[in-house]
Structures are given as structure tokens and as C-alpha cells.
Design a binder for this molecule. Structure first.
Ligand SMILES: CC(C)(COP(=O)(O)OP(=O)(O)OC[C@H]1O[C@@H](n2cnc3c(N)ncnc32)[C@H](O)[C@@H]1OP(=O)(O)O)[C@@H](O)C(=O)NCCC(=O)NCCS
Length: 196
């Protein structure tokens, strides 16, 4: 199955054009897959790599994100509005892996694209919200979803892709081409108590 069959869903229901995933060249990634898999050929006919869909509220998307961090009680209406806002503003590439046997999402990662004036009006990618359902971990799906959105960043014209991660995941990301840059690898946060 892979990602070839996109015609059964209205294009408007995808967060971004799924065709772009068919163009990703996995040979450009330093990641090694054994056995070899890609977004187009994820290794099992019941696995599908695709953009987030509006209907994914009912396919366990928020429950999947709940394995990464606190999600809160997001209603279907809130999800729908956020989906519309992301789609209208552009630059949000929420990408998922579905187990089509059960109609549930089992992996996700997001590329967000920042538009800049610097570097000749460049685009910078950020990798966000990477998660694989705990019962599916250790089967290369984490690598698959991260490599997919990293290649996507290149495909849409980003000059670099950045991420923040827990220390224990540094090695994982290094195998996928990310580097700690000497003197330039600090993540700092300012947290606000009552975001309105
Ligand atoms: C991190 C995560 C996405 C990896 O998914 P996965 O499907 O298990 O990853 P893969 O099977 O593709 O593993 C790839 C490699 O990374 C290693 N790895 C995976 N998770 C790891 C972890 N938590 N700590 C250290 N190494 C890890 C694996 O051992 C594997 O190494 P190998 O190729 O040498 O065998 C998954 O563990 C997860 O969802 N964790 C909870 C959410 C999270 O922490 N997200 C990342 C936020 S930055």
C-alpha cells in the first residue's frame, strides 16, 4: 500500500499535498534501514505514511501525542479549528504513520517551516512532536518518520532543520544526520504560567 493511494480521500482533508511524499529520495539520508524502507515503501502493506487528515481525530492522533506529552482535553471542534488554521497559514507538515488494519495512527512527526528575511529570505525547518506508539517501537518507525519529515524539509526548500531533544535521544538523532554544533547547541526556554 505505502503512500501511492491518495485518491480515496478529498485533497482538502489532508493538511498538505500528499504527493510531495512520493518525491522523497531516501538515499539522500545518512540513516541506515535494515531491512530497507521508505515513506513510499514502509515495509508492510498495512503501514501508510501520509499527511495528517481532518478525520484523524477519530484515529487516535491525540492519544498518540499523549505518549509524548500532556495534550489536555481537546474537543473535535477545537481539533477541527486548529487543523483549518494550520492549513490556511501553511508551513505545518504534520506527518503520520497509520496501521490501516486497525485504522489507528501509530507514529507522528511535524515539520514546521519558518519564513525568514535572513539568508536571502530563507526557510528554516523545525522538527517537532516525534512519537511512535509504544507497542510499535523498535521497528524502525521512529527513524522512518523522522527521516520522512527531514527530507520533506529539504524538498520544500529549507536551508536547515533543527530540533530540541532529551539527552538520551542525541545518539538516535545523530544516526539520522543531526549534529551537535560546537558552541551552538543550547536550547533555552521561557515558560509562561497563564498563556491566553
Ligand atoms: C523516540 C522514539 C520516537 C523512537 O521510536 P522507535 O520506533 O522505537 O525508533 P526506531 O525503532 O526507529 O529506533 C531507532 C534507533 O534509535 C534507538 N532508540 C529508540 N528510542 C530510543 C530511546 N528512547 N533512547 C535511546 N535510543 C533509542 C533504537 O535503539 C534504535 O537503534 P538501532 O537502530 O541501533 O537499533 C520513541 O521511542 C518514542 O516515541 N518515544 C517517546 C516520545 C519521545 O521521546 N519522542 C522524542 C521527542 S524528542
Amino acid at each position: 500500500m505505502g503512500i501511492e493511494k491518495f485518491t480515496d480521500v478529498k485533497p482538502s482533508e489532508y493538511l498538505y499535498n500528499p504527493e510531495i511524499l512520493t518525491r522523497l529520495d531516501f538515499s539522500r539520508s545518512p540513516a541506515t534501514f535494515s531491512p530497507k524502507i521508505s515513506a513510499a515503501q514502509p515495509g508492510e502493506e498495512w503501514l501508510k505514511v501520509r499527511p495528517l487528515q481532518r478525520s484523524d481525530y477519530d484515529k487516535g492522533f491525540l492519544q498518540l501525542l499523549g505518549q509524548l506529552t500532556s495534550v489536555g482535553n481537546v474537543s473535535k471542534k477545537q481539533f477541527d479549528e486548529r487543523f483549518t488554521q494550520m492549513k490556511q497559514s501553511g508551513g505545518y507538515y504534520v506527518t503520520v504513520i497509520e496501521d490501516t488494519r486497525v485504522g489507528r495512527l501509530i507514529g507522528a512527526a511535524t515539520l514546521t517551516v519558518e519564513q525568514k528575511f535572513i539568508h536571502n529570505c530563507s526557510l528554516r525547518g523545525r522538527l517537532e512532536d516525534v512519537v511512535v506508539n509504544d507497542t510499535y517501537r523498535g521497528k524502525q518507525l521512529g527513524k522512518l518518520i523522522v527521516v520522512t519529515v527531514s527530507l520533506l524539509a529539504q524538498e520544500v526548500g529549507c536551508y536547515k532543520m533543527s530540533l530540541d531533544c532529551k539527552d538520551k535521544l542525541i545518539k538516535f538523532y545523530e544516526t539520522l544526520g543531526y549534529k551537535m554544533e560546537a558552541g551552538n547547541s543550547n536550547a533555552m526556554n521561557m515558560r509562561f504560567e497563564d498563556p491566553s
